[in-house]
Ligand binder design. Structure first.
Ligand code: PLP
Length: 394
């Protein structure tokens, strides 16, 4: 058959450029087109009644969604992938694939805030109890397990605060007790963290971030191992998940350059993180790829790279100082989400919502996304910002 079916080992660059592509199935055109559609026709009554054909209804699968799912399977090393309309939709669908009334789920206290909101607002109503745990708990998670624990949800590094979780230790405990391990693997992407090789059953991506990569679409993916796949598939179909065809195409387009973009995000991110550590305004740099930073040991042991997102904590400064810096940045935009080609900066404060751990820092914290601009320009932008900050509070 086609070259895509070769099982020889591949590098990431080859995987992302060739995964899910079948030019011979579309007249030789390199890219899978956008299939828009709801109705799929069946040629005979027999086939209609037995659903005996590859495509049956637009909500289920199309050649466009198949192409992206196949590519994600390949880079994740998963048995099954389904798309969702957003990263958060992927998270909620993944949790609902396993949680039942009366269950407890263990949720890292450093989780992406809207995931926490889903648990507190929706799961609670369904009789599922969420128990938050310290992201640094490691194998001690065993102490929190009860006979009601259905799943452990992980995210490493943690959103905003960048705690690195000991995923293999947590997964070992879970496996022994027959508990599912879910991971939000958006930060590292499957290229920089091989979730399934570290014991995870379900790996979730906000594809909105690096897979789409251009801040022009919302998309999520849920990748599962063989054991978890039937649960995810059944639930996703039952919930009516249907990622948009245009968004899926943008995910495919982004996928082709994922490897080369991440290389640049990584290099520039590390260079700026290292440089920020020596700035007098900066009290702390939270970047697990940086030697000496919190979580660097786990990152070095388990991860294959770092992407462009990290946080810093500044020395205490008045609000006017921070505003003077952030209101006039040339390259760093202020806004939510990340993973596009552009640099972003947003202040954050985890202390208001944490329940299992205490986040306490004296100065303001900023999350930076290092985009594809030139490092020298980004440093100059930050220096000018620090100067405005100093002038405003002088
Ligand atoms: C952004 C994000 C999500 C949600 O993705 P959306 O596509 O915006 O819904 C989930 N998890 C993490 C870690 C994220 O950063």
């Amino acid at each position: 058959m086609s070259k895509d079916d070769s099982r020889a080992p591949q590098g990431n660059g080859s995987r992302v450029t060739h995964g899910g592509r079948h030019p011979s199935a579309q007249h030789g055109f390199v890219n899978t087109p956008v299939y828009r559609g709801s109705t799929v026709l069946f040629p005979t009554l027999e086939k209609l009644l037995s659903y005996d054909q590859r495509y049956t209804y637009g909500r289920n699968t199309t050649p466009t969604t198949d192409a992206l799912c196949e590519a994600i399977n390949e880079i994740e090393g998963a048995d099954f992938t389904v798309l969702a309309t957003s990263g958060l939709h992927a998270v909620s669908t993944a949790i609902l694939s396993f949680a039942e009334a009366g269950d407890e789920i263990l949720m890292t206290d450093s989780v992406y805030f809207p995931t926490r909101r889903f648990c507190d607002q929706v799961l609670t109503r369904m009789g599922v109890r969420t128990v938050y745990y310290d992201p640094l708990i490691g194998a001690k998670i065993a102490d929190l397990l009860t006979d009601k624990t259905r799943l452990i949800f992980t995210e490493s590094p943690g959103s905003q605060s960048f705690e690195m979780q000991d995923i293999p230790a947590i997964a070992a405990v879970a496996r022994e007790r027959g508990i599912w391990v879910l991971m939000d693997n958006t930060w590292a992407t499957p290229l920089f963290f091989r979730a399934f090789e570290h014991g995870v059953d379900v790996s979730i991506q906000s594809a909105t971030k690096y897979i789409v990569g251009h801040a022009d679409a919302l998309l999520g993916s849920i990748a599962a191992n063989a054991r978890a796949a039937p649960h995810v598939k059944r639930t996703s179909i039952a919930l009516g998940n249907a990622a948009g065809s245009e968004e899926t195409f943008l995910g495919l387009r982004g996928m082709r350059t994922l490897d080369v973009r991440l290389e640049r995000h990584q290099r520039s991110g590390l260079e700026i993180a290292r440089w920020l550590r020596d700035r007098p305004e900066v009290a702390e740099v939270l970047h697990p790829g940086l030697p000496g930073a919190p979580g660097h040991d786990i990152w070095s042991r388990d991860f294959l790279g770092a992407t462009g997102l990290f946080s810093i904590v500044l020395d205490p400064v008045a609000r006017e100082g921070l505003a003077a810096m952030l209101d006039h940045m040339r390259y760093f935009g202020m806004g939510y989400s990340w993973g596009g080609y552009e640099s972003l900066i947003v202040p954050f404060d985890c202390s208001s919502y944490r329940t299992a751990t205490v986040w306490k820092r004296e100065g303001p914290a900023l999350r930076l996304h290092i985009g594809l601009e030139d490092v020298a320009d980004l440093k100059a932008d930050l220096v000018a910002g620090f100067e405005r900050m100093a002038a405003a509070v002088a």
